[in-house]
Structure formats: C-alpha cells, structure tokens
Design a protein. Structure first.
Length: 348
C-alpha cells in the first residue's frame, strides 16, 4: 500500500468565550506577523471583530475581508491579498470557512477555523466545497485547519436551524458508510475501518443524545461541535469525504444545482439520508424519527422545496461525482422510481 499522510488539526479549543483567546492561541502556535481574517457580512459583527481585537492585543497586524459565496472567484479574491500574510483565519459559516480554507491552501498558508455555527462538518475537515463554474459544490482537497476555535456562546446564539442542520449532516454518515461498504465490496474500493467506525460512532452518538439538543443550551452546542469535528477527523483519516458523503450528499448537491432556493446543506443531506436508507433496505423511519427529534427537516415541505425538485434531484443524483459508487448505481433512479421513493418515505 502507498505511504499515506493524515493531516489533523493540532489544537481544538471549544467552549464559551474561547474566541477572545484567538490571539494567544495563534501566538502559542508560533505564528507572528500579519494575519488575514476572512469572514461574512453577518459574522463580522457577531465574531470577527472579537477575533481581530484579540489578535491586535497580541501584536498581530491584521487585515480582514468579507466574502459571500463559496465560489472560486471569492477564493481568488482572498488569495490575491495573501502575499505578506503568515496565517489565515475563517470566521463564519461553512461557506466562509471553505473560502478561507481554500485560499490558504492555494497560498500555501496555515489556516485556523473559527466556526460561528455548528451547521456542517467542514469545521475541521481537510476539504472545501467551492463552486467553480459548471462544477457543482462537491468538496475539493484542502489543507486541514491547524487549529479550531469554536466559541459555543456564539454558536448557541446562532439560529437553532443551523445547529439542527449540523446534526443532520452527521446523521447522513449512516448512508455514507453503507455506500462506502457497498463500493468496497463491489469495486474493491479502498475502505478504512477506523475512519468508518469513527464516522458511524459519531452519528450513533448524536442520535443517542438527540433529546439533549435544545435551543439556547450551551451544552447542546458543545455536543454538536464535538461531533462535527469528529466527523471531520474521520474525513482526514480516510483522506476523502467518503465517511461523511455518499448517495445522500449526491442528492443534496443535485438539489443545490436544481432548486431555485436550496435549503441548508445539512438539512438537505438529512432528508436524502431518509430516502437512501430506504434504498439500502434499512430502517428509514429510524432516521426520520431521529431527525425529527433534532428538529431537522424530514420532508420537502419542511425544506421549503417543491416536490418536483426533489424528484428531479433524485433522478440526477447519480451524475454527481460519478467516480464515487453508491446505492444509486451508474444509472440512477428513473422518474417513477424517484417519485415512488419520495412518497414511500413521506418526503413528498
Ligand atoms: N468543507 C467541508 O468538508 C464541508 C463543507 N460544507 C459546505 O458548507 C456550506 C454550508 O455551510 P452552512 O453554514 O450550512 O451555510 P452558510 O455558510 O451559507 O451559512 C448559513 C447562514 O448562516 C449565517 N450564520 C453563520 N453563523 C451565524 C451566527 N452565529 N449567527 C447568525 N447567522 C449566522 C451565515 O451568515 C449564512 O447566512 C456549503 O457550501 C457546504 O458545501 C458542508 C459540509 C462539509
Ligand atoms: O459535506 C460533506 C461532508 O459532510 C463533504 O461532502 P462532499 O465531498 O460530497 O462535498
Ligand atoms: Zn455534508
């Protein structure tokens, strides 16, 4: 087997108020000079300001940029401003973190992830989902964050919908692992028992703690953040998003390309997991009940997406990242089969 390198975050700081230690954390990681803070329009006030003040208090020179879309244009716009920068921080939701992560990767710089919401498992992963023209938002290889600073006071104040979305993104590991096992059996695709075990254990744990996930509870934020980080570490161990992305993610990526107003990434993946679990002959009701307990969407209506788009995304899902074999096979679902599946699982 070829030698492999597993890149993991060196330091993970979680808890209420940790964002105020950003400057000290960067200093302890031996960084100095100029730092670039990449953030969003909303998350600048919510968190980036505190990050910048904390960096300045430790004598870091700081610059900041606000980005909106997780596009290659945004990435290149940031990258062009990194010439005299020694470290990049991403402070925001998944899109902001991915842009910062990819810009740092292209510039050969270290990256620190400062999530302001626990909405997806890209917080600690070595992947970035960047839209590039026709290419959808399937994740690309990127640098693993050298550090994660997850302030649970900020995260728990984010709309609860974002926390529920993060839970759903973890639940989606169930069908991602079933697809991975299938590809290993059918095509002898490389399969990592340890990455799969970590990914599945993380999903099982979040479902077991579903009742503890409540709006406004800092403990809930800590629980979901730890699970998202653990899911991201499984991706690092596998060297791909396989442990957390299978047919349910193909459905979500297809929906991103088709629906006029897509829902949150995790929300779409959760609904995809219900349907793909049925295709696998598994207990889709177990998935549906778990998502309901976490207040994540389980139907097209709750996603705010018309049934027609759900059916169309199901028929297109197999065309996303074709090299990744899943229960959808190479030919995917016919329209009738898609409609039947969505109805049988009460999604439409
Ligand atoms: N790189 C990876 O491994 C992964 C990347 N992703 C990517 O992440 C993106 C999804 O991330 P999301 O966070 O769901 O969407 P997002 O980045 O669009 O954020 C959703 C909304 O929440 C807002 N927000 C963030 N923190 C907030 C706070 N504390 N208070 C109020 N509003 C806040 C943002 O401003 C935005 O309007 C997708 O592009 C997806 O492809 C998803 C999973 C894995
Ligand atoms: O969303 C992800 C894991 O939750 C990444 O998956 P993709 O590689 O399919 O973009
Ligand atoms: Zn995901």
């Amino acid at each position: 087997m070829n030698p492999r390198k597993i890149e993991l975050p060196r330091e993970i700081h979680t808890g209420p108020g940790v964002i105020k230690n950003t400057g000290i954390i960067c200093k302890d990681l031996r960084f100095k000079g100029k730092v670039m803070v990449v953030t969003g329009y909303k998350t600048f006030k919510i968190a980036a300001k505190d990050v910048i003040n904390s960096l300045k208090a430790e004598d870091f020179e700081t610059e900041y940029m606000k980005v909106k879309e997780a596009s290659m244009e945004s990435v290149m716009m940031v990258k062009e401003n990194l010439d005299d920068i020694s470290l990049v921080l991403g402070v925001g939701g998944g899109k902001v973190i991915d842009v910062a992560k990819m810009a740092a990767t292209l510039a050969g710089l270290s990256f620190i992830s400062v999530p302001t919401a626990a909405s997806h498992d890209g917080i600690a992963s070595p992947r970035a989902s960047i839209r590039d023209g026709e290419r959808g938002s399937v994740s690309m290889k990127a640098t693993s964050p050298i550090g994660v600073i997850a302030d649970t006071d900020i995260i728990i104040k984010a709309p609860f919908r974002l926390l529920a979305s993060g839970c759903a993104d973890i639940v989606s590991n169930y069908t991602a692992i079933l697809d991975w096992k299938l590809a290993h059996r059918l095509l002898n695709e490389r399969y990592s028992e340890s990455a799969a075990a970590l990914s599945l254990m993380t999903a099982k744990m979040i479902i077991k703690s579903a009742d503890a996930i409540k709006e406004g509870l800092e403990r809930s934020a800590r629980l979901v953040v730890k699970s998202l980080i653990s899911s991201g570490i499984a991706i690092s161990i596998a060297g791909s998003s396989r442990p957390a992305s299978g047919s349910e993610h193909k459905f979500s990526h297809a929906l991103d390309n088709i629906a006029p107003k897509p829902a949150l990434h995790g929300e779409q993946c959760g609904v995809g997991t219900i349907m793909m679990m049925h295709l696998h002959g598994g207990d889709w009701r177990f998935i549906k009940d778990a998502l309901k307990k976490m207040h994540a969407p389980t139907t097209a209506y709750e996603l705010g997406i018309e049934p027609e788009y759900i059916i169309e995304a199901l028929t297109k899902a197999h065309t996303i990242r074709k090299e990744r074999y899943t229960i959808l096979g190479d030919r995917g679902l016919t329209r009738d089969a898609a409609e039947k599946l969505a109805k049988k699982t009460e999604v439409i």
